[in-house]
Write a protein that binds this ligand. Structure first.
Ligand SMILES: NC(=O)C1=CN([C@@H]2O[C@H](COP(=O)(O)OP(=O)(O)OC[C@H]3O[C@@H](n4cnc5c(N)ncnc54)[C@H](OP(=O)(O)O)[C@@H]3O)[C@@H](O)[C@H]2O)[C@@H](O)CC1
Ligand SMILES: [K+]
Length: 495
């Protein structure tokens, strides 16, 4: 099954969703019918999760999110539940389907300011969804905090109000939902942080918009799941001789800082590279030899020695950066490697902070560079993108990938993987404890191993991030980077 048919992994931006709505309406679907389906789905979720609730409190904004909440109120009332409806703002501002919902549902509403949160309430949050356009402040922010302080369960419609569906950022203040019910497909804000956490458990409900309409509007944006890259895994030959499973080279810095590169090299072997060679200054050889067995060692002290080494075209992927230090040496080595598949991490990235363009210019043409920055490293190569608060993490990664002609792994608890031609994946399988010393070195080694085995750079990167997250779960809370190395498992194959 390819990505095209794997609707569960699709992600639509709020503006994609607006276009979907428009097409749904022009194709003859009733937009009010969609609202009714949405509202009933929310009510069903509320009853399923809180069958013993004393009172459902439906908070309605004046947009369609509020219309959904009013329909939910109707459905909950119909089930015999005790329901109260509060409307934010002037009823005269209601328009379109929201106005129709308020006109047809025979329930009285009170002004939002009259709501006093009480223990036993289950809050249905229909204040803002895709239409959030500015920061939440004032009395509304105070109300959100009161609901949070009482730990009242909140069921968010589409998004917790205050969470920006495009970026996952909180505008001003937001609810912390226990459940979020969204429609047809997830939005970036459901996966990017802090939105993902604020959503609680996410339900994606089919309200009847045909998949063909959604497909025609979706951006090349998916969750990073095996569906994205398992065809590339299938193309690998698991029975191949070690020389055909690729030869990865990992560069080490001086002996005293060689731990990081050793971690990458060992990860490279565990992740399936047929051979791994550690290249290091001669002075580091005794230290490396004492620590490594299956990894081969090669002393390289000068540019000439590097040139000799890389004449061997069987060396088909390189990792440079972990514990490397020596920025000037980084730049010379990268110049020598610029026509080879290269993972540039840590010190390898920082070495180009004065002149990132020199790096980008060296890697024009077919994509062969994978950059693995965390936010701090990202800001060294792309200070303007890092400083632009209007950009989402997806925007930043996509623009940086296009500028650098590299596959970008923008790391974090919500790692985003982007390639220069616009494909983007959001990763969501990383446990929080994966953020530990050495974890990034392991990831760089896994990416290198995948490149060495012949996977295209985007698939190599995305599958490595997923495999790293899966290893984190396998290793468990409290793990060290050494535990992570031992927990690397085979990639899932196509079924
Ligand atoms: N997609 C689908 O298929 C379907 C979508 N459906 C539903 O539609 C929802 C989108 O509806 P929507 O476009 O009407 O926007 P919505 O989120 O209700 O808010 C807009 C209002 O909020 C206001 N406002 C914004 N920020 C504010 C702030 N900080 N503080 C105060 N006010 C603020 C804003 O004011 P304005 O900026 O205009 O002054 C405007 O009045 C979507 O999330 C889903 O639930 C379903 O019906 C089923 C089908
Ligand atoms: K909401």
């Amino acid at each position: 099954m390819g990505v095209e048919t794997d609707i569960a992994s699709w992600i639509l931006t709020p503006s994609d969703m607006t276009a979907v709505d428009r097409d749904a309406a022009t194709s003859g679907l009733s937009s009010f019918g969609l609202m009714r389906a949405a509202g009933y789905a929310v009510a069903a979720s509320a009853l399923r999760h809180y069958p013993a609730a004393t009172r459902f409190v439906c908070l309605c904004g004046v947009g369609n999110n509020g219309g959904d909440a009013m329909i939910a109120a109707e459905a909950l009332t119909g089930s015999g539940a005790d329901v109260a409806v509060y409307l934010m703002g002037d009823r005269a501002r209601l328009a379109g389907d929201a106005a129709r919902a308020f006109a047809t549902v025979p329930l009285r509403s009170q002004p939002l300011g009259a709501y006093v949160p009480a223990i036993g309430d289950v809050v249905i949050d229909g204040l803002f969804g895709a239409g959030l356009s500015r920061a939440v402040s004032g009395a509304l922010a105070t109300l959100m905090r009161a609901v949070t302080d009482l730990a009242l369960p909140v069921i968010a419609i589409d998004l917790p109000s205050g969470v920006d569906g495009r970026s996952g950022q909180v505008l001003g203040d937001s609810f912390q939902a226990a459940q979020t019910v969204t429609f047809m497909a997830r939005k970036p804000g459901h996966l990017l942080l802090p939105g993902r956490t604020l959503c609680g458990a996410l339900e994606v409900v089919d309200i009847g918009i045909p998949a063909r309409i959604i497909r025609s509007h979706r951006a090349p944006l998916v969750e990073n799941t095996p569906a994205l890259w398992r065809d590339a895994v299938k193309a690998l030959d698991p029975g191949a001789h070690k020389y055909r499973r690729g030869h990865l080279v990992v560069f080490s810095g001086a002996a005293a800082s060689s731990g990081a590169a050793r971690m990458s090299a060992t990860a490279g072997l565990s992740a399936g590279a047929g051979l791994v060679t550690m290249v290091a200054p001669t002075e580091a050889m005794p230290t490396l030899a004492a620590h490594l067995t299956a990894v081969m060692l090669k002393p390289v002290d000068t540019d000439a020695m590097l040139s000799d080494l890389i004449e061997d075209t069987r060396l088909n992927a390189f990792v440079l950066g972990p514990g490397f230090g020596a920025p000037e040496r980084v730049r010379r080595f990268v110049a020598a490697l610029c026509d080879r598949p290269l993972v540039l991490d840590a010190d390898g990235i920082t070495a180009f902070r004065e002149d990132p363009q020199a790096l980008f210019d060296a890697f024009r043409g077919p994509v062969r560079l994978v950059l693995t920055p965390h936010d701090g490293e990202f800001s060294r190569l792309f200070p303007d993108l890092a400083g632009d608060t209007a950009l989402s993490k997806i925007d930043r990664a996509t623009m940086a990938a296009a500028r650098s002609n590299a596959v970008l792994i923008l790391k974090g608890p919500d790692t985003v993987i982007a390639e220069p031609h616009g494909r983007v994946a959001i990763n969501a399988n990383a446990p929080p404890w994966l953020a530990t010393a050495g974890s990034g070195d392991v990831l760089a080694g896994i990416v290198g191993a995948h490149l060495a085995q012949g996977m295209p750079p985007f698939e190599a990167a995305a599958s490595a991030v997923w495999r790293h997250g899966a290893a984190g779960h396998e290793a468990g809370e409290g793990m060290t980077a050494e535990d992570l190395l031992r927990a690397i498992r085979p990639l899932p194959q196509a079924s």
